[in-house]
Design a protein. Structure first.
Length: 383
C-alpha cells in the first residue's frame, strides 16, 4: 500500500521516500485515516512501529500552512524526545516543501532564545508539560488556535505532577479540539485517564506486547564482575554499526564508558546524571557515527529513535519483560534486522524463560571464543 492511498498528500510521500520509507506500517495504516478525519484517538503499538509518523503525517495534512499560528501541540516526557520529534517535524516540512514551522520547547535551556523563536509563529510545538505550561502562564505561548493536542508516551505523563500539568494545558486550549494519546503499551491507569480527558476516543491498536520479529535474541552467561570485559570482547567480535548498552546505575555507566574508551571503542554516555548539553552531544555523536556505542539507562532511552541501531546489549538485566520489550525495540526497526544480547549471571539466566513465555520470543545461548561469537544449544532454564 502507498501512503497516498491513505489520503496523504503526494509531497509527503515524496519526503518519506528520501528516508527510504515507501510503505506504511500496520499502525500507520490504521491510525492515519482516523487522525486525518479529525477524531480523537488512542494509538497503541509496539516500540519501533512508526507511531510518531502515524500522527505527524495526517496532522501535516490537516494543518493550514497559511495560518501563522499554533495549531498542533505535542506533549512529551523528556528533553530528548521533544528535540527528536521537533526535528522530525522540521525535516518533514523541509523535504515536502510545506511551509510548516515546528519548535521544541524544553526546560534547562535559554528561555530568551525560545521566546525569540516563538516570534516565527510555529504551527507545531513539542515539549514538556512543565515548559509549555510555564510559557502559557506567562502569556508567551498563544494557544487559542490549537486544534490538536498530542500526548506522546502517555504512560509517563498521565500521573502525578505530569498529569496536573497536562490538565492545566488542556484547560487552556479550545474545548473543540482533537486529542491524540500515544503509547507503546496499554496500561489500565493511563488508559482510564485518557478516556476521562477525552471521552469517545477511537482506539487504534496493532499487535500485542511482543518484540519485533526481525530481532535475534541471544544471551551470554558470565560472572557479574566479568560483564564489562565480556562487553568489550563482544563489541570487538561483532563490530556493530550502532549499539545501545543498557545499565541500571549511573556509576556503572561512568566506569563502563571510561573502560571502553580506554580500549579504543568510540563510546558516548547518555545516562540520567548527565546535564542536557552532555546528553545532546552524546546523541549527536551517536547519530552521526562519531560514536558507535551509546551507554544508556531505561529512563534516558525512553522514546529514543536512532536509525540503524544494529545491536542492543543488556549489561544490567531487566527483571520485567516489559522493560526488555522497550529496550530491544530500539533495533530491528522498519523491517530491518537487529540483535539483542543479554549478559546474564547464573541467577539471571532464569529470566530467559520469563522473556520467552511473556514476549513470545526464542532466546539462544552464545559464547565468545577466539574472538568470535558462537551460538550454543542452550539448556532449558527454569521458568
Amino acid at each position: 500500500m502507498r501512503f497516498t492511498e491513505l489520503g496523504l498528500m503526494p509531497v509527503l510521500e515524496t519526503a518519506l521516500a528520501r528516508d527510504d520509507i515507501t510503505e506504511p506500517t500496520p499502525i500507520q495504516v490504521e491510525a492515519i485515516p482516523v487522525v486525518m478525519a479529525g477524531k480523537s484517538a488512542y494509538i497503541s503499538s509496539e516500540t519501533g512501529t512508526g507511531k510518531t509518523l502515524a500522527y505527524l503525517l495526517p496532522l501535516f495534512c490537516r494543518l493550514d500552512p497559511a495560518l501563522r499560528a499554533l495549531q498542533v501541540m505535542i506533549i512529551v516526557p523528556t528533553h530528548e524526545l521533544a528535540v527528536q520529534i521537533g526535528q522530525q517535524a522540521r525535516d518533514l516540512a523541509q523535504h515536502s516543501g510545506l511551509a510548516i514551522r515546528a519548535q521544541a520547547l524544553i526546560g534547562g535551556v535559554s528561555m530568551k532564545r525560545q521566546l525569540e523563536k516563538l516570534k516565527d509563529k510555529p504551527q507545531v510545538v513539542v515539549g514538556s508539560p512543565g515548559r509549555i505550561g510555564e510559557l502559557i502562564g506567562m502569556g508567551k505561548l498563544k494557544v487559542h488556535t490549537v486544534q490538536t493536542l498530542v500526548i506522546d508516551e502517555m504512560d509517563r505523563l498521565l500521573f502525578g505532577d505530569s498529569l496536573d500539568g497536562v490538565r492545566q494545558i488542556i484547560r487552556a486550549i479550545p474545548r473543540e479540539r482533537q486529542m491524540i494519546f500515544v503509547s507503546a503499551t496499554e496500561q489500565r491507569e493511563s488508559s482510564q485517564e485518557a478516556d476521562a480527558l477525552a471521552p469517545g476516543l477511537v482506539r487504534v491498536h496493532t499487535g500485542s506486547n511482543r518484540v519485533v520479529s526481525t530481532i535475534e535474541h541471544l544471551y551470554i552467561v558470565c560472572e557479574e564482575r566479568d560483564k564489562p570485559d565480556v562487553l568489550r570482547r563482544l563489541l570487538h567480535a561483532v563490530k556493530p554499526v550502532r549499539t545501545i548498552v543498557f545499565v541500571h546505575r549511573n556509576e556503572h555507566a561512568d566506569a563502563l564508558t571510561a573502560k571502553l574508551a580506554y580500549h579504543g571503542i568510540r563510546v558516548a554516555d547518555l545516562h540520567s546524571a548527565c546535564d542536557k548539553m552532555d546528553r545532546k552531544k552524546a546523541l549527536d555523536d551517536f547519530r552521526a557515527g562519531r560514536a558507535t556505542v551509546l551507554i544508556a539507562s531505561d529512563l534516558a532511552a525512553r522514546g529514543l529513535d536512532v536509525r540503524d541501531v544494529t545491536h542492543i546489549v543488556n549489561l544490567d538485566i531487566p527483571t520485567q519483560s516489559l522493560a526488555y520489550l522497550h529496550r530491544t525495540g530500539r533495533t530491528g526497526r522498519a523491517g530491518k534486522g537487529g540483535c539483542a544480547v543479554s549478559l546474564m549471571t547464573e541467577q539471571e539466566w532464569r529470566l530467559v524463560g520469563r522473556y520467552e513465555q511473556e514476549l513470545g520470543i526464542a532466546m539462544t545461548q552464545a559464547r565468545l571464543r577466539e574472538g568470535q561469537l558462537e551460538l550454543r544449544q542452550p539448556e532449558p532454564p527454569a521458568k
